[in-house]
Write a protein that binds this ligand. Structure first.
Ligand code: CTP
Ligand code: MG
Length: 236
């Protein structure tokens, strides 16, 4: 398939406040390696051409020597500082990703991503312009008010939990972020398919990924990720 140049943006500039750990969660260790190592390894082994790693200003040197150089992640061409919010870090990554035709945006806090998932998302991005890996939700979801009283229960069928990576035509996602940034106030945009929906009315293709592709957010997620990684390393 002819599709031009593909850049992956791996996000690792968050503080990990919900994890409550001393170091940001992307630098916590799972089976002897940092959480972030596993994402960088998956992208290194994937079909993307290059990786832009977005991290904290004070962590750039560490990432270069202890991750990129140490493990020979040759696709990581740039390591840049992120911003205060996730969407700021994405925007900085987008600026650094050019020139490219397609961009994949991934949370460095999702160590279970695989080269297969990356390929699926790129295919969806090429076909639709906006695509995300996702899984159908297993729990019933309720919408609650400020007093934690349920106000609505959407039908579970048709509800998906949205993961990363998410893939886009470069021009599409850059335009969505530019429009967002032109706005006077910041609505809480938590992922990039939402950015394209709101600011360009561009719908995303959902491709079923893996229930293992969790984001480590709170301490119990580290326990789950360790079990999954052990199985992955054992080839199960
Ligand atoms: N992220 C980022 N820049 C930010 C905020 C988040 O690059 N300003 C990244 C995180 O490093 C993570 C991903 O975006 O890989 C998803 O964000 P989230 O899970 O919310 O991580 P944190 O913001 O670090 O955690 P918390 O919200 O608990 O503070
Ligand atoms: Mg956050």
């Amino acid at each position: 398939m002819e599709y031009g140049k593909v850049t992956a943006i791996v996000l690792a500039a968050g503080k990990g406040s919900r994890m409550g750990s001393q170091v940001p969660k992307q630098y916590l260790t799972l089976l002897g390696h940092e959480v972030l190592y596993y994402s960088l390894k998956a992208f290194e082994e994937s079909i993307v051409d290059q990786v832009v790693l977005v991290t904290g200003a004070g962590d750039i040197d560490y990432c270069r020597s202890e991750l990129v150089e140490k493990y020979g992640f040759s696709k990581v061409k740039k390591i840049i500082a992120g911003g205060a919010e996730r969407y700021d870090s994405v925007y900085m990554g987008l600026k650094a990703a050019a020139p490219c035709d397609y961009v994949l945006i991934h949370d460095g806090a999702r160590p279970m991503v695989t080269p297969e998932i990356i390929s699926q998302v790129l295919e969806g991005a090429i076909a639709c312009g906006s695509c995300t890996t996702a899984v159908p939700v297993k729990d019933t979801i309720k919408i609650a008010d400020a007093e934690d009283m349920a106000v609505d229960t959407p039908e579970r069928r048709g509800l998906w939990a949205i993961h990363t990576p998410q893939g886009f035509s470069y021009e599409v996602i850059l335009e969505a972020h530019e429009r967002f940034r032109q706005g006077a106030y910041r609505i809480p945009v938590t992922d990039d398919t939402m950015m394209a929906e709101i600011f360009l009315r561009k719908r995303a293709k959902l491709v079923k990924g893996s229930y293992r592709n969790i984001k480590v957010t709170t301490p119990e997620d580290m326990e789950i990720a360790e079990v999954f990684l052990k199985k992955q390393e054992a080839g199960r």
